[in-house]
Design a protein around this ligand. Structure first.
Ligand code: GMT
Length: 386
């Protein structure tokens, strides 16, 4: 198949999923065209089946905001036409689902029908999307997509609750590439960070409010009262300054390491003993899955799709959002002795295996085929009337 993929090229989970999906599809022989405004962070090596098209938007003194949507729609029209794409898969509803619809209409004018699939990732629905400033356009665009997927059952339910959806939504969860992730021996590295055999606790995110990273610091502070430990804060974002202030206030600066944005997160997870994800809202929790693949148990909130990933009492624990006491208590329980820790580690790995890339790729492939069969091969009126 010739597949076009649109996503945000930044460090966010939706861009990671879109890029890894494209790479996986390319490995299976599909021709994949990424269409983004910058090279996606994880699109870092040559592949004979992968093509990259940069969306350029010329600025003009009149524009306070460069017209990204118009430039992207025009680029999609160009790439679909000249590379003869068969299907367009856009990640993150805002604005990609509406842009895909616009491109589809323009192409239809030239007698080309391009089916579109929209994947809903999380904040495009739960935070930004449901804002009245965007909701009518998001609703319309979801309903006009030929296929819609959500990364968890929880996100599917949220979408049906927040919008008037007339389309079917298929749940296809996030996935993980076991060839990249997986526990590696990095003892020398561990010694450098925790020279006195302190426990290593990790958190990875884009440090936005929704991630409640200050809860991470407070959970760590509580655990640190009982055990020697180091906290790795991986990522960066708007909350960074406040977090640094909090660490100073709690006098924990020596034990909390701000590592910034990191590419080789599997190496940091390989030396971690526990992962914290106390999010306010989390449609799936890709970082939690990455941690579990590296045999790291997860202490998380019970928000959104997290219970579909982190199994309470097996792979880690779930607590109500903001219940720092409970999260610290559960973390200490897991780390209290080696046998308990090893059991949670093994359970985390076993659960992660159900999300292995090789299990999820065929689901996407058959979903694309289903959409193509309905919309292109049969050329049903329903697909072409609007
Ligand atoms: O908030 C983020 O972590 C980034 C965001 C995104 O869309 O870029 O991530 C969302 O999509 C990920 C991939 O599907 C999910 O694993 C995350 O749970 C989800 N984040 C939220 O719902 C807050």
């Amino acid at each position: 198949m010739k597949i076009g993929i649109v996503c945000y090229p930044t460090y966010g989970g939706s861009g990671v999923v879109a890029t890894e999906l494209g790479k996986g599809l390319a490995d299976r022989g599909h021709q994949v065209h990424f269409i983004t405004y910058r090279q996606p962070a994880r699109l870092d090596s040559f592949h004979e089946n992968i093509f990259y098209h940069e969306v350029r938007f010329a600025n003009y003194p009149l524009f306070d905001y460069p017209p990204y949507e118009t430039a992207l729609a025009s680029k999609l029209v160009d790439v679909v036409k000249y590379h003869k794409l068969e299907i367009l898969h856009v990640h993150y509803a805002i604005p990609h689902a509406s842009v895909a619809y616009m491109a589809k209409k323009i192409l239809l004018n030239d007698g080309i029908y391009i089916p579109t699939v929209t994947t809903l990732h999380g904040t495009d629905i739960t935070l930004v999307g449901k804002d009245p400033a965007y909701a009518p356009a998001v609703t319309f665009a979801i309903n006009k997509s030929d296929g819609v997927t959500a990364v968890s059952e929880s996100l599917r339910q949220d979408t049906l609750r927040f919008f008037e959806i007339t389309n079917n939504i298929k749940v296809i969860p996030n996935f993980i590439d076991f060839e990249r992730f997986g526990k590696k021996n990095k003892d020398h590295f561990k010694k450098a960070i925790a020279p006195n055999n302190e426990k290593i606790i990790a958190h990875i995110s884009n440090f936005r409010k929704v991630k409640r990273v200050s809860d991470v610091v407070r959970i760590f502070a509580k655990m640190r009262e009982s055990i020697p430990a180091k906290l790795l804060l991986i990522g960066d974002g708007p909350e960074r300054q406040n977090l640094e202030m909090l660490c100073r206030e709690l006098q924990l600066c020596d034990d909390i390491l701000f590592l910034g944005k990191q590419d080789a997160i599997e190496e940091l997870l390989a030396i971690s003993d526990l992962f914290l994800m106390p999010s306010e809202s989390e449609s799936f929790g890709l970082s939690a899955l990455e941690a579990m693949t590296c045999e790291v148990p997860v202490i998380s909130s019970d928000a959104g799709g997290l219970p579909e990933v982190n199994i309470h009492g097996k792979t880690g624990y779930l607590s109500p959002i903001g219940d720092i006491e409970d999260m610290a208590k559960n973390g200490l329980y897991i780390l209290k002795d080696e046998e308990t820790h090893q059991t949670f580690r093994a359970n985390a790995l076993a659960q992660a295996k159900s999300f292995e890339l090789s299990n999820i790729l065929p689901i996407y492939e058959s979903y694309y085929q289903e959409i193509l069969d309905t919309c292109v091969h049969k050329k049903e009126a329903a697909c072409t009337e609007d």
